[in-house]
Ligand binder design. Structure first.
Ligand code: PLP
Length: 406
């Protein structure tokens, strides 16, 4: 008899996006003429940069000839892309990251979900709340938690984000082994300073812990004093793995290309206390379970680092940030407390009451779809997330709608 992994039964069904879809469909049916503006999901809306499209086309043409065709590539990614990443993303910021510490993949979602696999089941895991749900659910699937009680899994250490700490969680009160951090944050848009990240790196070093740092939104950081990478922090090479993605940076959500940095100085320990290089473990896992990203997609990603690619990505990011600033200014003018939107595409808004009630009010009265904060964890209750991924015209229209009904 084939038996299931019982841990899957502990998973709380995520009704968030299906609930949103149901409410939007019902609203549209009742108001067929109403133009609905979706500022809910975190998907980009603009086309790939022209430099990426050109490289993509050229690489597809290469696949058309026997002499230039590419079959299986290196599982870790082609050197041309790994080198472009090390040179383009890390070297200019003074981060000592070598090309062979970069693992190209088809998404930061898979990498941030899969990375926990190389660690023991009985490690203690710390996860912020509110949070991108992948970190929690993958640890539940792996059996690192008990059942859910009152919206939280027993056995996990939750790091509360709230107004008092500006949604930058404090260090845990108990020893933990694996720590998930994400800055700029989804859903809150909060960004951590170098001093704040230094505290986490120091904590990890002191406790022989590891930080999994999700930097999927680093391209949105405009304030030069803020870190874009955990490796801008002293000592991080020994205690941090970083996830990055071309999804939000260059519009690759449907094209799929991302990467994970695993410095060779990061160690974990055997049951006997012997140090093992995490790089070796991840290399083993990655090459066993993954056959890399298609050649044309890696060529398209490489073009992000060309002169034209850089300029186009910068323009794309500033367009979304223009939307974000506008949303934040308008919501603040209406008297709402907001965070994010300056160095992030998300604006996190104190709904002054129930998340879902605010969601319904925005939809019913203004035809605007946002995301209720409660869907991201207990600490998200009472907040909503508005995303800047849309056209400026739609954002303007959404904000006028909200102002009118306010
Ligand atoms: N990490 C965070 C924090 C995200 O918000 C998202 C997507 O919304 C991802 C990772 C997924 O990135 P990718 O498209 O590379 O899988």
């Amino acid at each position: 008899m084939i038996k299931i992994n019982e841990n899957y039964k502990k998973l709380q069904a995520s009704y968030l996006f299906s609930d949103i879809a149901k409410r939007v469909t019902a609203f549209q049916a009742a108001n067929p003429r109403k133009h609905i503006i979706r500022l809910g999901i975190g998907d980009v809306t603009r086309a790939l940069p022209d430099a990426c499209i050109k490289a993509f086309h050229a690489a597809v043409d290469e696949m058309a000839g026997d002499a230039t065709f590419h079959g299986y590539g290196p599982e870790q990614g082609y050197d041309f892309l790994r080198e472009a990443i090390a040179e383009g993303d890390y070297k200019p910021r003074g981060c000592d990251i070598a090309a062979d510490e970069i693992f190209v993949s088809d998404g930061a979602k898979c990498d941030s979900g899969n990375f926990q696999e190389i660690f023991a089941r009985d490690i203690r895991v710390a996860i912020p709340d509110p949070v991108y749900p992948v970190y929690v659910d993958t640890n539940v699937m792996a059996g690192r938690t008990g059942e859910a009680e009152g919206g939280r899994y027993t056995g996990l250490t939750y790091l509360d984000g709230n107004k008092a700490n500006g949604f930058i969680p404090d260090l845990p009160g108990e020893p933990v082994d694996l720590i998930y951090l994400c800055f700029p944050n989804n859903p809150t848009g909060a960004t951590a300073t170098k001093e704040q990240l230094q505290q986490w790196v120091d904590y990890a070093k002191a406790n022989r812990a590891l930080i999994l740092f999700d930097a999927a939104y680093e391209a949105f950081v405009q304030d030069e004093s803020l870190p874009r990478s955990i490796y801008e922090i002293d000592g991080a090479r020994e205690v941090a793995v970083e996830f990055r993605s071309f999804s939000k940076t260059a519009g690759f959500t449907g094209t799929r290309c991302a990467y994970t940095v695993v410095p060779k100085d990061c160690t974990a320990y055997t049951a006997n206390g012997e140090a093992v290089a995490i790089h070796d473990l991840w290399n083993r896992r990655h090459t066993t379970k993954f056959n890399s990203v298609s050649y044309p997609v890696q060529k398209a990603a490489e073009a992000v680092y060309s002169e034209a690619g850089r300029a186009q990505v910068k323009a794309l990011v500033s367009d979304y940030l223009k939307n974000a600033r506008y949303i934040r200014e308008r919501m603040e003018a209406l008297g709402y407390d907001c965070i994010g939107g300056e160095n992030s595409p998300y604006i996190w808004i104190d709904a002054k009451g129930d998340s879902w009630a605010f969601f319904d009010a925005l939809l019913d009265k203004a035809g605007v779809v946002c995301t209720p904060g409660a869907g991201f964890g207990k600490c998200g209750e009472g907040y909503i997330r508005i995303s800047a991924f849309n056209s400026f015209e739609n954002v303007q229209q959404a904000m006028s709608g909200i102002s009118e009904v306010h």
